[in-house]
Design a protein around this ligand. Sequence first.
Ligand code: RFL
Length: 391
Amino acid sequence: MSVIEEVPVVIIGAGVAGLTLATFLHTANVPCVVLERRNRASIEARQRAGVVDARGVKMFEQWGLADRLLAGPVAQTLDYRVNGVGRLFEIESDDSSKSRFCTQQMLVNNLLRELIDVRGGDVRFDVTDVTISNEDGQRPDVRYVQDGQKHVVACDHIVGCDADRGVSRASIPPDALTTITHEFGYAWLAALVEAPVVAHPIMAASDNGFVAQIPRGPQRSRYYLQCAIGDGLRDWPDERIWHEIRLRLRDDTIANAAVLDLEIVPLRSVVHSPMQFRNLYLAGDAAHLVPPTGAKGMNMALYDVDMLGLALVSAVRDHDEAALATYSATVLPRVWKYQEFSAWMTDTMHDAGDPTLHGLYRQMVARARLDALYSSPAAARLHSAFLGGTA
Ligand code: RFL
């Protein structure tokens, strides 16, 4: 026997997109249930993005949640380096909302506390066998199993926030979706290390390849090292990691430190469209992926759920489905704008480095693009708007 219930909105996935959307709906008194396949502790431990951009900060302010969810200092400066020579780039902004160093892990932990512990929101962990019924002309439902018990939740709207390999997008007939992908042809070794904090995030091109150092709290940094697409973790013992960091930053004073976590991330872009099918809506990594170079993946997910949250509140509270019907058409132009920015950052930072990647011509063109950020106020303004998420 199944446990049967009804709720207006079911959200699949308790990552940054699903938890943010559920918290928005809660503040607007729209009931929802979140289904998550992992347990709470593993969600709390997951590390990834480091910055909520200015648009994301403004969004949390507008929903009245910024003070409770965001923490960390303002992130207004980047250090772009070529062969060890650095130039600081100050993000210009006329707005009072500024980008913040608020890690994805910190934001997710604050969302879990706010949604579950403070507001009594309904997040169901450790669920398995999630299936979606979303037939034409029928009320949708989501079925799942928890502790061996089968459940059926009838609903009006289903939101797929279960990332690239979840069940939501997979439930859409393939001929109803167009998928556009681009492979950049190289990968990043992402290393979380115990290292003293640097003043600003460093994005460094060098003849030996790209490296970035991004602060992750007072004692930790995330280093990203360009590597070959076929590399495995065994190709990167600690001694090689630190040798390459010193070489690519042209800084022999950097000492080895503990490597806490290592991951290889192939750089790729994906967009699935439309981002809705009947009563199912896709948000975040379930709908699109960008390479982490532009630091936009989490911020694009936040934009999706901002638009979707407003549309769902209109649909459920005011019975006005107009914004929901045009959700995909509303968000896709911005998805492509930030795909373009992420590709610009990825091509520029990698082409400006190792000439064996795409040749000396592309190296010089990419270095000229970086120079323009410092010589052209118009280029600097546009770059600032993309970094801040307001372009
Ligand atoms: P998430 O955070 O992956 O959450 C998806 C959730 O869905 C659950 N799930 C299911 N639940 C129920 N049933 C199923 N069948 C399910 N299948 C999956 C999963 O357990 C999980 O809890 O996706 P979401 O919410 O869309 O958020 C997207 C962001 O996490 C992602 O875009 C960013 O992390 C990307 N990203 C970065 N974004 C930035 O804005 N700035 C950055 O600096 C940045 N750095 C990064 C990144 C991603 C990285 N990796 C690992 C790809 C750095 C890296 C290395």
